[in-house]
Design a protein around this ligand. Structure first.
Ligand code: ADP
Length: 477
């Protein structure tokens, strides 16, 4: 075709399956494949964490001792597994060498160590192009972890400035710390650019806010959420700053890797199934009940939740409805890691209702797939939800989502058609919609229809990747 490929670099803290904590990792591990198919020269850079399994993933060192501030990075190059997407790992023992991606159970910033880790990573990004012999036209930043990069580009890079896009996956996690510490670390005085004078309400410097103000374009991961965040209720105190950028703010829905999440081929299931042999799905349910030592009965409605156990995910509502759920003859499985208070509350309930409630406090992608396949219902009573992947994966496996009508849940669950939604963040409203969903479950014909519709939905990246490409083209126009 002779047409030049658009060069885009993703910079992020996670990338599945190499380094993942939540949905961000899934997106960074799958959207690039779809963009590559659209002929974008898409590459990814993440820190080289200690936990990355070098026996499983092949990387070779391509550059050593590149100066970044007072320290150095080495660059490793490999591929995003199952693709030809180039993945760079930036190595620095001091900042990335400790185990784990984040330092807190809830994945929210809780220490300056973590702020430093990602400030350093963002600085490093801007120093590597010469060594790669590859200059991106666009740097696509994700969340607060790399949100300082647009600002650094503005004040530190002299020539050849790439454009920037900042995708906000989680507005609540903003990366704030004492301004002086951040500025000192970056070797800035604080008057280099107007935005740097802004402090949040606790007089801290807010890295995500700096990203929002300095990036060329920004987006969130669903249309509804991109509008919600302009309001006080959902703006996480950044609504005013976001409103300043309203005309450059877009909403592009996340997709999922439909090859990885595929009930027909997934190797982790007891039995594979598709819309044409739905009865096989039940065998996965029995298998799941057996593995988790629940009473085995294929007729018990089986509910599940997989996710970070944090206030965002509505875990307090879940805890409130458990007795009602069990008393109506239902079972519940929860898989997640998060805040201790929620973990303990749920574990207590699991102990009380041993044969009908199982709570698994761990990160376990294999068990997750068994749960997506073996359950009847998937619960997502989130307070807010930028996109949410759980409800997409669940539908792919013919498991009917019940979610709060907010953000991406509102955009991807079709009321009474592929799932169920409730509006008011109250246990009563949640229970009402659960009872309604159970009525569908009891009518086999209606239930199958629901499952088939859910399974047939296209949640691949195809459509959204095209929207990103459009945005990239607009950005460099
Ligand atoms: P968020 O990005 O807010 O954490 P999402 O619903 O967008 O939530 O994505 C969460 C992703 O992480 C899903 O793929 C979900 O299956 C996965 N996940 C979350 N917790 C666990 C866990 N404990 N074990 C396995 N997978 C998990």
């Amino acid at each position: 075709m002779g047409k030049k490929y658009l060069k885009v670099l993703f910079v992020a803290s996670e990338c599945a399956p190499i380094a993942k904590v939540g949905g961000l990792g899934d997106v960074i591990g799958s959207l690039p494949k779809a963009l590559k198919k659209l002929r974008v020269d898409l590459r990814i850079a993440i820190p080289k964490y200690k936990g990355i399994d070098f026996k499983k993933h092949l990387f070779k060192i391509i550059a050593k001792k590149i100066k970044v501030g007072k320290s150095f990075v080495n660059i490793y190059q490999g591929f995003l597994p199952g693709s030809k997407v180039i993945l760079y790992l930036l190595e620095n023992k001091k900042y990335f060498g400790e185990n784990g991606i984040y330092f807190e159970r809830g994945a929210f910033v809780g220490s300056f160590r973590e702020i430093q880790r990602f400030l350093f990573f963002s600085q490093a990004i801007l120093e590597i192009f010469e060594n790669l012999n590859w200059f991106p036209q666009i740097i696509h930043c994700h969340d607060w972890h790399t949100a300082i990069a647009p600002l650094l580009l503005k004040i530190k890079t002299k020539n050849k400035k790439p454009k920037t896009l900042l995708t906000i996956h989680n507005l609540a996690n903003q990366g704030e710390w004492r301004a002086k510490k951040i500025l000192d670390f970056l070797n800035l005085k604080g008057d280099e650019i107007d935005s740097l004078k802004i402090r949040d309400k606790r007089k801290k410097l807010n890295i995500l806010a700096q990203g929002i103000l300095n990036t060329d374009f920004l987006n969130t991961v669903s249309k509804t959420y991109s509008q919600e965040i302009l309001t006080k209720k959902y703006g996480e105190d950044l609504e005013k700053i976001l409103s300043k950028r309203k005309k450059d703010l877009f909403g592009i829905l996340n997709g999922i890797d439909q090859d990885r999440f595929n009930p027909k081929a997934c190797l982790n299931l007891k039995v594979n199934y598709s819309v044409s042999n739905l009865n096989q799905k039940r065998e996965n349910k029995i298998d799941l009940q057996k593995i988790l030592k629940l009473s085995q009965n294929q007729n018990f409605p089986l509910f599940s939740l997989i996710g970070r156990l944090t206030s965002q995910k509505g875990i307090d509502l879940i805890a409130k409805i458990v007795p009602d759920l069990v008393n109506s003859g239902c079972q519940l499985i929860i898989l997640g890691v998060g805040e201790r208070k929620y973990e303990n509350k749920l574990l207590k309930l699991a102990k009380k209702y041993q044969r009908n409630v199982s709570v698994q406090i761990k990160f376990d992608p294999v068990l997750a797939q068994k749960i997506y396949a073996g359950s009847d219902f998937f619960l997502m009573p989130s307070r807010f939800e930028p996109c949410g992947l759980g409800q997409l994966i669940a539908q792919r496996y013919g498991t009917i989502p019940i979610g709060r009508k907010t953000g991406g849940l509102a955009d991807t669950i079709e009321q009474d058609k592929t799932g169920f939604l409730f509006k008011e963040y109250k246990a009563g409203a949640f229970l009402r919609v659960i009872r309604k969903a159970l009525k569908f479950y009891q009518n086999e014909k209606e239930w199958k229809k629901l499952i088939k519709r859910a399974m047939k939905k296209d949640f691949s990246w195809k459509k959204s990747a095209k929207e990103y490409l459009k945005l990239y083209n607009k950005l460099i126009a």
